[in-house]
Design a protein around this ligand. Structure first.
Ligand code: TRP
Ligand code: ZN
Length: 853
């Protein structure tokens, strides 16, 4: 069954027909919107095949070919029109029910406004069309709606005409001069507050900038606007890329399946990535807004001007655009902290995907539901692959490659191979082996062993790579791995700092002229997305934490120190039933906390200890109860050992007003609240005097995480204050869902009846339901299976309401391979229950069937 439903990259064929122009006319009515689509259709090549158009959940009203009623047939949603003509005009009228569209794909309503989401295959829910990214058409759009309810009528490109109509209606006409695939089409109609500004491009063209937000939120749009202007300036200065239309619009909607969407000239955003003021948004939220606004803006060149030939090539635009938004954040803020965040996504989430049933290469080879492939592999590992290219080529040759890519492919729909070819041709670097990164699934393991010969002063490194065990076409072939290495002497001085080209299954590197064995910093800054296998001693890690010249490497050493200590205690517990923390670990942390030269933001990262799910990811198999005990023991022991230093840093940072200071202060507070109830007073006073959301939430997190006596009282106060602000309530729902107490499931069930909660709003679902599954590891994986069963009940509901969101929430339930057999059996039983659903969506089917296979 799965094989039948799947589509394969190897089966790609160019379309039989092309559509070069489409005129769309929308008559907007909540339950009965009429869409007329007039397309210019051209046969491609010589063949007699019928025109087959995609459609999904549409009511067909009429089909006319060159003005005459046309003959057609319908099967599996598709509309087939047999004709001998090579060129013709097709007019199709469909009727939609946007008010009933809870999937949030196609045309739907969000808080009374009409909006669209067409990526990946949502345009076929609007009209019958060649809904594939290699069909590029020019769009003319006319929108008609009630003027009072929907004063703003928006679409892609330039506004050509507006006017009033009878019965209180009005219209607007838009024209997009750039041919585009259907997934970049957008329409919005509604009443908003509007923030306007202007950006003058470096060739002196003025661009009107508009941010549309729900009424009453105008004061929360400033940061998004500032981020947009920074993005436009940065893309000019770093990539030499300028904006190409006279207007750039961003609309914020609360009902949205993902973060945001790069529709040409009319980005549609989740409110989470637009609205911010300091009382309601954390520093992290501010950073998220800047990076998502940047991401969508950068798509204008990497995605829109040059787009994907087919959806298997998704990483062509997403991996590259994530790389670009990461560079944007790093150029504007702390490069080390941004790198740490990116590394965490790969190690904690992408490695888990790679070792689970949904493992796929960054360019997948088979897909059942495309929405399931907007993954950390395609996006974030995709960005790591681009980063490796950047490392291998250097900035200048990389930019030459980008220039070549745009010169060759502007206005085209192309493949990942086309991109790599441009990079190779412009740089002269042979990338034939490098291309394997696009086709190999799974995480390669790189094992390093070293030796030092005191008489000759020679240090040798042996590096071996094993491709991941998951099966794929190129399994077994070694990859081209840029392996960054630093060697430190006993005084912490840097002796060697370079990138090794690892290309073979086994390779040796020698370093001469050393007087003592150096301490190696391996795969520095995570120079390739692989698992590193090297037996670091505690002394070596302590040395790296103190002396590595890379801040990222210092952070990595701290993570390894704590992780090793936890795994060591898991083993101790199983063998001797007792636990112990090596005093050198606590000593190293005390040293870091006191290190005045360390950037406070970096120290905050060092103090953000590995989550239970991050630890699970490091192991082949896991005894969850022992892991929980060992983790809590190590963290508590560390906190007690560092109490005085933490308190001193907390007090010192408390007087400073910047994001890095707040991050460090809140990290210290989290540790201190573990130590003793004495510090509850700090939590209370921070909560009560906070003049920003970062501090208020920091205190609430500390109270929630350590189960302080004041926890319930603070949660109630927070709710009383913010019950009318949905994005803030999302933070509250997420805290409720991650409480590590046995009653949490009953509490979450009760909260699904909370007036602020709704199963039809993805932001609410992700906060309350998603956080429980993904972040409340101990309770989700309870031995009595109540966690699995509760999530399964939610998935049954979401399967019919919003399959895309259901398929995201299910992730921790399908990653079952590392757990004990009792837990695996419980998880399987839940998956079987889902598989038996009569109306199981393709989205869930693909994941559930792969997990059970
Ligand atoms: N292209 C969007 C981005 O990365 C992703 C996206 C937004 C999306 N909405 C979606 C993907 C809905 C699939 C379905 O910026
Ligand atoms: Zn994107």
């Amino acid at each position: 069954m799965s094989q039948q439903m799947a589509k394969f990259l190897k089966d790609y064929q160019a379309p039989d027909f092309n559509i070069t122009h489409i005129s769309l006319n929308f008559n907007l009515e909540a339950a009965a919107t009429r869409v007329s689509a007039r397309s210019r259709v051209l046969r491609s090549g010589e063949h007699g095949a019928p025109l087959v158009l995609d459609g999904d959940d549409l009511t067909l009203i009429s089909v006319r070919l060159n003005g005459q009623p046309a003959e057609f047939s319908q099967a599996q949603g598709q509309l087939s029109i047999a004709t001998a003509l090579n060129e013709f005009e097709l007019e199709i009228v469909t009727q939609l029910d946007p008010a009933a569209n809870s999937s949030l794909e196609g045309l739907y309503m969000s808080d009374g406004a009409y909006c669209t989401q067409c990526e990946a295959e949502g345009f076929r829910r609007i009209t019958y069309f060649l809904d594939r990214p290699d069909v590029l058409a020019r769009y003319d759009v006319r929108i008609e709606a009630d003027k009072q309810l929907f004063p703003f009528l928006l679409s892609n490109g330039n506004l050509m005409d507006t006017g009033d109509l009878a019965e209180g209606r009005h219209y607007a006409c838009w024209q997009d001069p750039f041919p585009k695939p259907a997934y970049l089409f957008a329409l919005v109609a509604g009443d908003f507050d509007l923030l306007e500004d202007e950006f003058v491009t470096r060739s002196q063209r003025p661009v009107k900038l508009q941010v549309f937000v729900d009424k009453g939120n105008l004061h929360k749009a400033d940061h998004a606007m500032a981020s947009l202007k920074k993005s436009m300036a940065w893309d000019e200065s770093r990539f030499g890329l300028e904006y190409d239309l006279d207007i750039y619009m961003i609309v914020a909607v609360d009902f949205f399946n993902m973060g945001a969407m790069e529709n040409k000239g009319l980005n549609i955003f989740n409110t989470k990535y637009v609205l911010a003021d300091k009382m309601t948004a954390t520093d992290e939220d501010y950073h998220g807004i800047e990076s998502v606004v940047g991401h969508e803006y950068f798509h204008n060149w990497t995605g829109n001007r040059v787009t994907c030939r087919d959806w298997f090539q998704l990483s062509l635009k997403e991996g590259l655009t994530v790389f670009r938004d990461q560079e944007f954040s790093s150029d504007l803020g702390s490069r080390a902290v941004n790198r740490i965040h990116a590394i965490k996504v790969i190690k904690n989430q992408q490695f888990a995907e790679d070792s689970g049933p949904m493992a796929h290469p960054i360019r997948p080879e088979s897909v059942i539901e495309m929405n399931n492939f907007y993954t950390v592999t395609v996006y974030n590992k995709g960005a790591e692959v681009i980063r490796m290219l950047h490392t291998l080529l250097g900035e200048a040759a990389f930019q030459a490659g980008m220039k070549c890519y745009f010169e060759r492919h502007d206005g085209q729909a192309v493949t990942c191979d086309d991109f790599v070819q441009a990079m190779q041709d412009a740089s002269g670097v042979d990338l034939s082996q490098f291309r394997l990164w696009y086709s190999q699934a799974g995480t390669p393991v790189v094992t390093v062993s070293d030796s030092f010969d005191a008489t000759s002063g020679r240090y040798s490194l042996k590096i071996t790579q094993q491709p991941s065990s998951s099966v794929n076409a190129d399994a077994g072939q070694p990859l081209h791995i840029p392996f960054a290495l630093e060697l430190l002497d006993a005084q912490g001085r840097s002796l060697v700092n370079r990138v090794l080209d690892v290309k073979e299954s086994q390779q040796s590197f020698e370093f001469e002229g050393l007087t003592q064995a150096p301490v190696p910093s391996l795969l520095q800054d995570f120079s390739a997305p692989v698992k590193l296998n090297y037996d670091f001693s505690i002394e070596q890690l302590v040395h790296l934490l103190r002396f590595a010249s890379s801040e990222v490497a210092r952070w990595e050493a701290s993570v390894s120190l704590v992780s090793q200590a936890i795994w060591h205690n898991v083993a101790q517990l199983q063998r001797h039933g007792s636990m112990l923390l090596d005093p050198r670990v606590a000593e190293a942390f005390r040293g870091a906390i006191l290190d005045a030269d360390l950037d406070p933001a970096l120290l905050a990262e060092i103090l953000s200890l590995p989550s239970a799910s991050a630890l699970i990811e490091q192991a082949e198999s896991v005894e969850l109860d022992a892991l929980a005990l060992a983790r809590e023991f190590v963290l508590d022991t560390l906190a007690v050992a560092c109490e005085d230093e933490l308190l001193a840093r907390y007090r010192e940072q408390a007087s400073l007003d910047c994001a890095a200071a707040r991050a460090l202060k809140n990290a210290c507070l989290g540790w201190l609240s573990r130590v003793s109830p004495v510090h509850e007073a700090l939590v209370l006073s921070q909560f009560n005097t906070a003049d920003n959301m970062t501090d208020a939430l920091g205190a609430l997190q500390a109270a929630n995480g350590a189960e302080l006596d004041c926890r319930d009282e603070l949660m109630a106060a927070f709710e009383a204050k913010w019950h009318d602000t949905p994005l803030v309530m999302d933070k509250w729902f997420a805290l409720q869902a991650t409480q590590n107490v046995p009653e949490v499931i009953d509490r979450i069930k009760a909260l699904t009846q909370h007036p602020g909660f709704s199963f039809s709003n993805p932001n609410r679902v992700r906060s309350l339901i998603g956080s429980f599954a993904a972040a409340n590891t101990y309770q989700f994986h309870r031995m009595d299976a109540k966690g699995y069963e509760f999530i399964t009940d939610c998935l049954v509901e979401l399967n019919s309401l919003n399959p895309q969101v259901a398929a995201r929430i299910i992730t921790p339930l399908i990653q079952l391979g590392k757990f004990d057999s009792a837990r695996q059996a419980s998880m399987r039983a839940c998956l079987q229950r889902l598989l038996a659903l009569p109306d199981l969506s393709k989205d869930l089917f693909e994941k559930v069937s792969k997990a059970l296979a």
